[in-house]
Design a protein around this ligand. Structure first.
Ligand SMILES: [Fe+2]
Length: 285
């Protein structure tokens, strides 16, 4: 099945560093992150979630290595190269730590935490750190010294650009938040639907007669076993009323069971909040 894509992280030209190979890899990385969110939202099974996560983690490691090779070519042993490497290492450490949480919480929750972390980290890292280094790399071939190129990059990354980064980060933060909330809600609804379907399956296929009645003892719904046991279809029993069950052994048993039905329970929106009772009647013999 093709999973529709939810874009927790839509690509935006502000993320371009100007170095084609790095930009291409960032796009792939972000694409994998969006895929992971989509599989999370559409309740893919654990092996699929784990497989996409592994693909994303492997690609991140591959990308960091190739990005670091670019920085190394121009900034070998410079402090900027060192702290950038540290940032990559601490990213991998944090993802590994978050993934290990699956021993304590459900995989869905773990992936949600990872997705939130990845979105914020990647957005900030690309906007701030990668772009700053890329500016140095792109300036050096024009005859600037390394120190001059770093100073120019710092100047370019301050002022209006800093405001832009802060604005984009706020947008991505709230987008990530809302996407995770939406994903959570979709999961909850999907689980509730599955439970309802299961309950309906049991209701329809049970060999026990089941009937739902309202507070005035009017029948709302019956299952096939009810018809089998009493001989009445839904419309007929609605028209005749419960009292008609009082004749015949099976009918009496059903009536008795309905009258003895346990605590009333409030139904959901489908029956406008009326109070109903459900009776389960074992087939005799
Ligand atoms: Fe980086």
């Amino acid at each position: 099945m093709n999973t529709p894509t939810i874009e927790i992280f839509p690509w935006n030209e502000n993320f371009a560093t100007g170095i084609a190979s790095i930009d291409e890899e960032h796009r792939i990385l972000i694409g994998l992150l969006n895929q992971l969110v989509s599989h999370l939202a559409f309740q893919s099974d654990a092996p699929t979630l784990n497989a996409i996560f592994a693909q994303l983690a492997d690609y991140a490691v591959h990308h960091f290595a190739s990005e670091e090779a670019v920085w190394h070519e121009y900034l070998a042993d410079d402090s900027w190269e060192t702290w950038h490497k540290h940032a990559h290492v601490s990213f991998v450490d944090e993802v590994v730590r978050l993934k290990a949480e699956e021993n304590n919480k459900p995989l869905d929750d773990v992936i949600e935490d990872i997705v939130s972390f990845l979105t914020r980290w990647l957005a900030f890292h690309i906007l701030e750190s990668d772009r700053r280094l890329a500016k140095v790399v792109l300036a050096l071939p024009y005859g600037m010294s390394l120190e001059q190129a770093k100073e120019t990059a710092n100047n370019e990354m301050s002022g209006a650009t800093k405001v832009l980064i802060d604005t984009v980060m706020k947008m991505y933060d709230s987008l990530a938040n809302r996407t995770v909330q939406l994903t959570r809600e979709m999961n909850r609804r999907r689980l509730a639907e599955q439970e309802l379907q299961m309950a309906n399956l049991v209701y329809q296929n049970s060999s026990e007669a089941m009937a739902v009645i309202d507070e005035e003892n009017r029948i709302i719904a019956i299952n096939p076993a009810f018809t089998q046991m009493t001989g009445y279809g839904l419309e007929e029993i609605k028209r005749l009323g419960l009292e008609s069950l009082g004749t015949g052994d099976s009918g009496s048993a059903v009536l008795q069971a309905l009258q003895d039905a346990p605590m009333p329970w409030a139904t959901g929106a489908g029956t406008s909040g009326c109070v109903t009772r459900t009776a389960w009647i074992m087939p005799s013999g």
